[in-house]
Design a protein around this ligand. Structure first.
Ligand SMILES: [Zn+2]
Length: 123
């Protein structure tokens, strides 16, 4: 055990980086720990998230906090959500509500809102 344990503490914002970022992929830096986090702003305009993943969190929460569930790991159950990093308390709340590990990727606010409209309807 070396005295570097602080460095391995999961970051509350990005939770240790869920998706590896290839150099050619869009990315942004976590404002909390500075590590590279995938920027899925363009991607979420194209993907369709399976209903069982969307439904891991209540639609009202997704709307209120402007987060888009993207993927649930089949093995670990860890949930990857897209957020614009505006509210770190939200991440803790999502962990609590879903009872899963939550990994965060970045997307611009408007892209998340429009992906939510597409998946949940515009009501
Ligand atoms: Zn971080």
């Amino acid at each position: 055990m070396v005295a570097s344990s602080d460095r391995h503490r999961p970051c509350p914002m990005c939770a240790g980086g869920a998706w590896d970022v290839a150099p050619e992929e869009p990315s942004t830096r976590c404002p909390e720990c500075g590590q590279l986090v995938p920027d899925v702003t363009t991607l979420i305009g194209r993907i369709t998230v399976p209903p069982d993943v969307i439904e891991l969190l209540p639609a009202s929460v997704l709307r209120a906090d402007n987060v888009l569930p993207c993927e649930a790991d089949q093995a670990s159950g860890a949930l990857t959500v897209a957020t614009d990093f505006s509210d770190r308390a939200t991440i803790e709340k999502l962990r609590f509500i879903s009872n899963r590990a939550v990994h965060v990727v970045f997307a611009e606010r408007r892209a998340i809102a429009s992906a939510l409209d597409r998946h949940l309807g515009t009501e």
